[in-house]
Design a protein around this ligand. Structure first.
Ligand SMILES: *[C@@H]1O[C@H](CO)[C@@H](O)[C@H](O)[C@H]1NC(C)=O
Ligand SMILES: *[C@@H]1O[C@H](CO)[C@@H](O)[C@H](O)[C@H]1NC(C)=O
Ligand SMILES: *[C@@H]1O[C@H](CO)[C@@H](O)[C@H](O)[C@H]1NC(C)=O
Ligand SMILES: *[C@@H]1O[C@H](CO)[C@@H](O)[C@H](O)[C@H]1NC(C)=O
Length: 347
């Protein structure tokens, strides 16, 4: 009887102690939930398919919304959201450079949770992105077309052809050299090159500077019906190789590139898949080569050899950046800061 009484005392004492402890103790750090369940999933059971990583899209890039599922990239367990009430749970927050208004006014007001990474993302070249001093030491990660960013997302990439893919056939051609351009500035290197090249070869130029408005269908039809397409970038920077290259490759035209050096292109695509303007001493010599290839179909066809092995995938603006960011965060949970963004990007 006596020992039962002692035991009861002990239990009461322990209960009071635990009650006091849980009432007054609150942890000063919050631990992220790496198995994040949405309410609907909680009703059933949490399984290994549940999101373990939350990526908050702070602003839609150029106001364009995109799909929030990462299935198309075979990336799973991601919760992409634009709902800022999830800020405190987010493992990553994506900030699109061109939607930042020159200062930190539009940024989160709340302190950054200790596990959260801020991701700077941008697909425009330095010449078309303004440098913002306040951003210099703010971010943890970069997501950009550059291969040396933390989460590289090039404009396009090559993947192996599969047995179920349609066999590639070069589309019928009725034009020699084509160029579609919208952004025309006299000082652009590409404009100056075109002005010389057109003296030696007929270039069919389209787009707003030439008084055309092209639909997506026109764009596809024009490019595939040209033997060569001028893949001239608006500015010349390392890895700045855009859909101006990947679209003609995909549509069956041979790209003539103006952009970073040949070696840099060869980091992205096979060396026999394109013609580089720097391979020639002058626009006149380039024109002579294109005319030669027009008359020698066997040699021309060699520019499509890569199609036996690879096909082009264009990346999905915004959607792919958010999903690749989620995948990166799943694989890299640790501490990471990115110092000196401005020096890295604008030099
Ligand atoms: C629990 O999860 C398993 C595996 O994902 C699934 O087969 C089962 O149907 C789930 N149960 C309920 C009640 O949703
Ligand atoms: C995703 O995986 C499936 C099956 O493994 C495959 O058929 C598909 O091509 C993959 N998609 C991508 C985008 O990798
Ligand atoms: C954002 O999330 C909160 C909390 O989950 C929810 O109550 C709210 O309805 C959501 N807002 C929108 C616009 O989806
Ligand atoms: C993210 O970067 C900020 C600013 O450099 C830093 O204070 C913070 O600790 C970093 N967080 C993580 C999770 O690396």
């Amino acid at each position: 009887m006596q020992s039962n009484w002692n035991c009861l005392h002990f239990i009461i004492f322990i209960s009071v102690f635990l009650l006091v402890l849980f009432t007054y103790y609150t942890s000063d750090i919050s631990v992220p939930t790496f198995a994040f369940c949405t309410t609907s999933q909680k009703k059933s059971n949490c399984s290994c398919d549940d999101p373990n990583t939350v990526v908050l899209i702070w602003t839609w890039p150029f106001g364009q919304r995109h799909d929030l599922s990462c299935r198309v990239f075979n990336i799973t367990r991601c919760l992409l959201t634009d709902n800022r009430t999830l800020y405190h749970q987010a493992h990553g927050v994506l900030f699109h450079h061109r939607d930042i208004n020159g200062n930190l006014d539009g940024f989160p007001n709340e302190p950054r949770p200790w596990f959260q990474k801020w991701v700077w993302w941008n697909m425009e070249s330095p010449a078309h992105s303004s440098q913002i001093p306040a951003l210099n030491h703010l971010f943890n990660l970069t997501c950009n077309y550059r291969y040396d960013s933390n989460i590289p997302v090039p404009y396009g990439y090559l993947v192996p052809v599969m047995s179920q893919d349609e066999v590639f056939k070069v589309p019928a051609k009725d034009k020699l050299v084509c160029w579609i351009v919208s952004n025309w500035r006299a000082h652009y290197e590409r404009v100056q090159y075109y002005d010389k090249l057109k003296n030696y070869i007929n270039v069919r130029a389209y787009g707003s500077p030439f008084g055309h408005h092209l639909t997506d269908q026109d764009y596809t039809t024009i490019i595939s019906s040209c033997k060569f397409y001028l893949s001239f970038e608006n500015s010349v920077y390392k890895d700045y190789i855009t859909e101006k290259l990947y679209n003609p490759m995909r549509l069956g035209s041979v790209p003539v590139v103006l952009g970073p050096p040949r070696e840099n292109y060869e980091d992205h695509i096979p060396g026999d898949a394109f013609i580089h303007v720097n391979d020639f001493a002058s626009p006149k010599e380039l024109a002579e080569r294109l005319i030669y290839l027009d008359r020698n179909p066997d040699e021309y066809m060699n520019y499509f050899n890569w199609r036996n092995r690879f096909k082009v995938v264009n990346s999905w603006f915004g959607h792919e950046h958010a999903c690749r960011t989620c995948s990166y965060l799943q694989r890299n949970r640790g501490y990471h800061v990115f110092h000196n963004l401005n020096k890295w990007y604008w030099g």
